[in-house]
Ligand binder design. Structure first.
Ligand code: TEU
Ligand code: CA
Length: 505
């Protein structure tokens, strides 16, 4: 059994991982067929992005039934088979727990909508409008108002897409329902959860306007992020769920966690969760309104990376908190181009950042395809699938008066679709992902960038990742040793020492 500080986690975004039945959509049997590939790479754990029933407005992050598998991905039997096949290979599974919201197609929400006296109305935030406007001025994460209209003067809170209705965690029945979902999957034998936007589950009581004197929608920031009760709920969840099982692994995802929040979530004395992501690297060069705020032109330099690294690594040394380190995920363009330069230094970019990620204190995460150096595909607007990108382009136009062609260019640069093109398994037709046209455009560079070729080439990115994983797994100092920065004032070289007793890297 591998604990969370010794785990090496591989994120699978199932829709684009591997298609087994040739409908162009990745699926569970596809994942099973690649477990030996993953085992060979050396990873110890898989984080599965959502595979639950979902209308797919946000590709699984809009769940319509927590107890059913999305039929496009397979059945509950397929999932049980995946669990068994992982168990046979000593690979753990973390599932995505999406508990801040459900799809508006969820039976709770449908009942709430169709039945005025439904007990499920209090599962969500329904509120009267004010002066023929939304109940407050909160800006949605995906652009526009955070509220969706129910009828003439009634709205419900949707902090992400309009079909993702925020759950009311004040209602203890909501919490019980979520804990039951967790127990259902833990009883099946999964190892734990990556908790989607879990730092959003405490909204400021009364849901007041943010910056009431300012015009236009305002990002609610501390009114919905890292509220005091997030800690209360996580402690309760720990007591009622995690503590009842052996060795559960939990990971909090949430944008804009401050250093102090993260340390509080993960300090073992607080009995909340094991580890936390921070987004300081992925949001480098964003304007104050987030990813689609291009006013800083996504610019940054090596010193920025150094100071972010220093800040988080030192915090863990001082506060007993713990983070997971990642470079890419399904929400961002691939890091090889964001932080590196694929024209001049393709291999070097991939390897330098991998080395960085694996040598840090904190559990390393790999996003599917990064281990073979997959790159971003600049999709044409009509090929986009990502709701966030489509809506944010419109919002940039409506709210900031950015001309549409420019808004689309920005969208093309940052859209999540960049990281969601199918995994390139080989140079065969359709990259060995499928035998038919995939649901999203395939990057034509699969003829030169693909897993099959990478495995054969000793100098490849894949083989570099494999060595790094082995190195990390066999050296305690790299997992639990201390972090010390060595040449703090150098402008471009990041240098640090990991040590445990006599053992130093
Ligand atoms: O993302 C949370 C989140 O903060 C996003 O707003 C993210 O920063 C943004 O998409 C970056 O472009 C999680 C999931 O990872 C994401 O896929 C979901 O869409 C979102 O929650 C809602 O469930
Ligand atoms: Ca399929």
């Amino acid at each position: 059994m591998v604990d969370f500080k010794h785990s090496v986690v591989y994120q699978i975004w199932p829709r684009s991982f591997k298609d087994s039945n040739n409908d162009g959509i990745g699926d569970i049997q596809g994942i099973i067929s690649k477990l030996d590939y993953l085992k060979n790479l050396g990873i110890t754990c898989i984080w599965l992005s959502p595979i639950y029933a979902s209308p797919n407005d946000d590709y699984g992050y809009d769940i319509s039934d927590y107890y059913a598998i999305n039929p496009e991905y397979g059945t509950m039997d397929d999932f049980d088979e995946l669990l068994l096949e992982c168990k046979n290979r000593n690979i753990d599974i973390l599932m995505d727990l999406v508990a801040n919201h459900t799809s508006t197609e969820h039976k709770w929400f449908k009942d709430a909508l169709n039945n005025p006296s439904s007990p499920y109305r209090d599962f969500y935030y329904f509120k009267e409008g004010v002066n023929h406007r939304e109940p407050n001025n909160w800006l949605s994460f995906f652009g526009g108002s955070s509220w969706t209209k129910e009828s003439d003067n009634s709205y419900y809170l949707t902090s992400f897409a309009p079909t993702q209705a925020d759950l009311n965690w004040e209602n203890e029945k909501v919490r019980e329902e979520i804990y039951n979902v967790m127990k259902f999957y833990l009883n099946k034998g999964i190892r734990g959860f990556r908790m989607d936007v879990i730092n959003c589950i405490d909204k400021k009581p009364g849901l007041p306007d943010k910056n009431p004197n300012k015009k236009g929608y305002q990002f609610p920031d501390d009114y919905i992020l890292n509220g005091p009760k997030v800690h209360t709920y996580l402690k309760e969840m720990n007591e009622k769920v995690m503590s009842k099982y052996d060795d559960v692994i939990t990971l909090a995802e949430g944008c804009m966690v401050t250093l102090q929040d993260a340390m509080n979530y993960t300090n073992p004395d607080n009995k909340e969760i094991d580890m936390c992501f921070h987004f300081d690297l992925s949001t480098l060069g964003y304007g104050s309104l987030g990813k689609y705020d291009f006013r800083k032109f996504y610019r940054f330099n090596a010193s920025d990376i150094k100071s972010i690294t220093r800040k988080w690594q030192n915090a863990m040394m001082e506060h007993h908190g713990y983070i997971a380190n990642f470079l890419s995920n399904h929400d961002n363009m691939r890091h090889i181009e964001r932080y590196g330069d694929i024209k001049l230094y393709y291999l070097e970019s991939a390897k330098a950042f991998a080395l960085y990620n694996f040598m840090l204190y904190g559990t390393p995460f790999i996003y599917q395809g990064e281990e073979i150096g997959m790159t971003n595909l600049k999709l044409d607007y009509h090929e986009w699938k990502d709701y966030e990108a489509i809506n944010s382009v419109q919002a940039m136009h409506d709210m900031l008066h950015v001309p549409l062609p420019i808004a689309k260019k920005i969208g093309q640069y940052v859209t999540r679709d960049n990281a969601r093109t199918p995994v390139q398994w080989s140079s065969e037709d359709y990259a060995g992902f499928s035998t038919t046209t995939p649901w999203i455009k395939l990057n034509p560079n699969y003829t030169v960038i693909n897993a099959e070729d990478c495995i054969k080439d000793p100098q490849s990115i894949y083989n570099f990742y494999k060595k790094l994983i082995e190195l990390r797994k066999n050296n305690e100092a790299l997992c639990t040793g201390t972090f010390k920065e060595l040449n703090k004032d150098h402008k471009s070289i990041l240098c640090f020492k990991r040590s445990l007793g006599e053992d130093e890297y």
